[in-house]
Design a protein around this ligand. Structure first.
Ligand SMILES: Nc1nc2c(c(=O)[nH]1)N[C@@H](CN(C=O)c1ccc(C(=O)N[C@@H](CCC(=O)O)C(=O)O)cc1)CN2
Length: 296
């Protein structure tokens, strides 16, 4: 069997086109331009690339982009002051603080200082609570992107066995909540799970978000299952730096029914969903109808 490749890059382009269409209508009919502020502290090379990409795509869909680049030794006070200003700025509908933050900064404190209505990452404790109780919230971008791809591929997910490998606040836990919301039977597995291969083999939907290169082997995958690989790991192979996921793609693709590649799978959907969340936040702030199909 050879799996269907779920093309996240193409899917993300469709989501961005939908966002751009809504933004154009908002600007024309309401005279409103959604705005996204991205805050980067320090010079982590991967974060710099992601932030640049966010800024570029924000402008491409017709939104206003506000980039704030702060030095690595920025104090918590300075960062919290900036967030206070952005919370109060009516031109800013979404605020994102790029993670990871330098070690001297308290990420939880910083994230929880963002106005929950502008928390387009969905990491604020209020949004976490709302999602966990099935209420309207801002939904974290990576899990939202995974859910969109799963719904697109399967239609209804009701009754499917979903295994999420990884228990992070950013991906694993919200992913499990979203799958539960779509009536899957959900297991969260992790590095201490007993007999992880057999737990994975029970999955109709297997989401790998452990951050370990190619940890999920081909024979851990149930024949015909859908595999969503959230991992982005840089490894050295054959004298070259390569980007691989948390799944042994070549082996899993011979067993799975469908699989996301790395690169070109979940990653591009993360930024597309950030733009979708910014549009949603803008519509909610102005009590305008929310775009359909761009949130849960
Ligand atoms: N505040 C946040 N910080 C971080 C998040 C987040 O959602 N919010 N997620 C990640 C990084 N990230 C976005 O910020 C991100 C990661 C990867 C991609 C992506 O498109 N990846 C490409 C490969 C790109 C490459 O070569 O590195 C792919 O998978 O095809 C987009 C966004 C951590 N921080």
């Amino acid at each position: 069997m050879t799996a269907t490749i779920i093309d996240g890059k193409a899917f993300a382009a469709k989501v961005r086109a939908q966002v751009a269409e809504h933004v154009a209508r908002l600007r024309e009919e309401q005279g409103v331009q959604p705005g996204l502020a991205v805050v980067l502290v320090g010079e982590d090379p991967a974060s710099q690339v992601y932030v640049a990409s966010k800024g570029k795509q924000t402008v491409e869909v017709g939104m206003a982009s506000f980039e704030h680049k702060l030095p690595a030794d920025t104090s918590e006070e300075v960062l919290l002051n900036l967030i206070r200003q952005l919370n109060a700025d009516p031109n800013v509908h979404g605020i994102l603080v790029q993670l990871p933050l330098p070690g001297h900064l308290n990420s939880e404190l910083v994230i929880n200082s963002i106005d929950p209505a502008k928390d387009v990452d969905g990491f604020h404790i209020s949004n976490v609570g709302l999602l966990g109780t099935g209420q309207k919230s801002m939904v974290p971008c990576t899990p939202l992107g995974c859910l969109m791809m799963l719904r697109d591929h399967h239609g209804s997910l009701a009754g499917m066995n979903a295994v999420v490998v990884g228990r992070s606040n950013i991906v694993g836990k919200p992913m499990a909540q979203l799958l539960l919301g779509d009536s899957c039977t959900v297991t969260i597995a992790h590095s201490r799970t007993r007999d992880l291969p057999s737990v994975c083999r029970g999955a109709d939907i297997l989401v790998a978000a452990v951050g370990r290169p190619e940890m999920i082997k081909g024979d851990w995958v149930k024949p015909g299952a859908t595999v969503i690989d959230v991992g982005i790991n840089r490894i050295e192979r054959d004298g070259k730096t390569r980007l691989v996921g948390d799944v042994d793609f070549a082996a899993a693709a011979t067993v799975a029914g469908a699989i996301t590649p790395v690169p070109g799978g979940v990653g591009p959907m993360t930024i597309a969903c950030l733009l979708a969340n910014t549009l949603t936040a803008c519509c909610r702030a102005l009590a305008l109808p929310e775009p359909k199909g761009l949130t849960v």
